[in-house]
Design a binder for this molecule. Structure first.
Ligand SMILES: NC(=O)c1ccc[n+]([C@@H]2O[C@H](COP(=O)([O-])OP(=O)(O)OC[C@H]3O[C@@H](n4cnc5c(N)ncnc54)[C@H](O)[C@@H]3O)[C@@H](O)[C@H]2O)c1
Length: 357
């Protein structure tokens, strides 16, 4: 029997609702599988803690998380706390502190879910977006001067390093190589941004030589949005900077039916630290407490977590259960159904129990 230590950080808004659903499905998988157990420790970090203590997580938060095998994260953000405070107070310190430099965002149209794109169904849109997760536009470099005066300036400096770009390129090429189409699209904005982005293109070409069996092409990020909408079948694995991939993967989630199904894994590929798994979506203030948050993104990221932990059979069983439930029409309102979070979760757990793969 293998044992894994999981840190759960539900945090804000619908985070606790979808993490509770995810943990229920993980428990059902544990029981169905019998070969592993999850020892889950919950952390009450988030905006409520910020209101009480002035900090979203304790100062030694990273130390507390270090010994875990993985982190299962909900969402952070509250209407009364500025978004840059919540993001930089919890999620980014974990991603950057644990050097989770590869952010992996699979997207495909699940059976029973309708894409807003006409004539596009399951199999027509099957992508993995790889987002550089440690530097670029979210490095935190920059500042403000002459605050409040007419001559006030604010700078936001994007940092691209050869080491950082090379490692994410290798990760993306390796992932593309493992997928049936062996095809990677490298996204930049190297026409307008002629320093860091041109270096990104050059490094892509260098790393490509290590992967002769992977076909690759290049896109400017603006044209990429058009290609995603007009020619979804022409894409497979996609690599882009922290900011570009952040935006493109939200678009990808929406094109696959809803943000409520899109998962993300913040991976430390060298496994020096725990990796973190979360839905792409945020706290969703508009539906918090209504019991209708779509738990599918959280199930999908739980499947990514199981895969990362070395439990591919349980990971596959979970996705198979999610697909069967979506196909049967038990869906939350964001994807055209009228089921609650609980009804979808119970149906997925039942499908896990009944599964015979
Ligand atoms: N990783 C994170 O923690 C993260 C990511 C994005 C936004 N945020 C934060 O969340 C807050 C709200 O941000 P936002 O409104 O821009 O984005 P959001 O993802 O919270 O919501 C966008 C829209 O998608 C819908 N939606 C999102 N998840 C859903 C789900 N599981 N089921 C059904 N519908 C769902 C919401 O109802 C809303 O209409 C902000 O404070 C923001 O900073 C956090």
């Amino acid at each position: 029997m293998k044992h894994y230590k999981i840190a759960s950080i539900p945090a804000d808004g619908i985070g606790p609702e979808v993490i509770a659903a995810g943990l229920q499905a993980l428990e059902a998988l544990e029981r169905r599988d019998g070969g592993f157990s999850l020892d889950v420790t919950a952390f009450d970090w988030g905006s409520e803690r910020y209101r009480r203590t002035g900090a979203l997580m304790p100062e030694d938060g990273k130390e507390q998380l270090k010994g875990f095998d993985a982190i299962f994260f909900g969402a952070v953000g509250a209407p009364d706390v500025p978004d840059h405070v919540t993001l930089w107070g919890l999620r980014l310190p974990i991603c950057q502190g644990f050097d989770q430099y590869a952010n992996v965002r699979p997207t495909r149209i699940l059976p029973g879910i309708e894409s807003p794109l006409a004539g596009v169904g399951p199999g027509d849109l099957d992508w993995v977006v790889v987002r550089e997760n440690s530097e670029g536009e979210y490095s935190g470099h920059g500042g403000r001067a002459h605050r409040g005066f007419p001559e006030e300036v604010g700078t936001e400096v994007a940092i691209f390093t050869r080491a950082g770009v090379t490692r994410i390129m290798r990760y993306a090429f390796t992932l593309a190589q493992a997928r049936p189409r062996k095809f990677l699209t490298v996204v930049t904005k190297s026409n307008a941004q002629r320093h860091g982005m041109v270096m990104w293109d050059e490094i892509a070409a260098e790393v490509a030589l290590e992967f002769p069996d992977v076909t690759w092409d290049k896109m400017l990020v603006d044209a990429m949005t058009v290609r995603m909408v007009k020619q979804p079948r022409s894409l497979d694995t996609i690599v882009a900077t922290n900011l570009h991939a952040d935006i493109l993967s939200d678009l990808a989630g929406a094109l696959a039916g809803s943000l409520g199904i899109a998962p993300t894994a913040n991976i430390d590929p060298e496994r020096r630290f725990p990796s973190m798994f979360e839905p792409i979506h945020g706290s969703a203030f508009d539906i918090t407490g209504k019991g209708i948050a779509n738990p599918v993104a959280t199930f999908w990221t739980a499947s990514q977590m199981l895969e990362h932990l070395g439990e591919p059979a349980a990971a596959a069983r979970l996705m198979q259960a999610v697909e069967a439930v979506c196909e049967s029409g038990i869906k939350t309102p964001d994807i055209g159904g009228n089921a609650t979070t609980r009804e979808v979760t119970d149906a997925v757990c039942e499908a896990i129990r009944a599964s015979n793969i």
